[in-house]
Design a protein around this ligand. Sequence first.
Ligand code: ADP
Ligand code: MG
Length: 192
Amino acid sequence: MRASPVRGHVEVVCGPMFAGKTEELVRRVRRARLAGLDVEVVNHALDERRGPGQVASHSGLSLEARTASDVADLRALLAGRSPDIVAIDEAQFFGADVVALVDELAASGVTVLVAGLCVTFDGRSFEPLPTLMATAEVVTRLTAVCAVCGGEATFHQRVDARDPGDPLAPAEAHVGGIESYQARCRHHLTAR
Ligand code: ADP
Ligand code: MG
């Protein structure tokens, strides 16, 4: 049997907020670099939690990254580069156009690692992740821990201190600002 040639492919890491998507992306990037591979890490400009130039997890793991505001920006950033792996975090912010770019990169021999939210804060499916999941060679679907019952959280929702109807309105639910998010299982998702 002939050894299969090295070819580009797509790996998707998806789930709700707090599922460990960024941790998993950081783990794969570090591992690839240990193997001597050239990895370009890109984050969306909207993710400013640690300032520009980083992907950062909720647990404090981080990695240097280039920052792009849209797909055109992402293309410009990759122009003239031929890395072994392109790792994109917060892919949902790049919108539908990122699907074509991911396909092109994989066709040209690049391994594309794409992490992002596949659900919105009100429990709906969030493109482009579902489309990317449909054609990726590898899909890793992660869950978080439900903030109410400790069960498998496939959703997250906004917890707003100004919402008197929210049973979780106390201040401890709002670390980091007026608006924050919690992981929720389907039984405790109240935002949909
Ligand atoms: P994502 O990129 O999917 O939002 P991160 O990789 O940034 O997730 O963060 C995952 C980390 O978040 C976990 O390892 C844990 O330390 C922390 N965390 C905080 N709240 C939760 C939760 N409800 N469920 C799981 N992990 C949580
Ligand atoms: Mg993340």
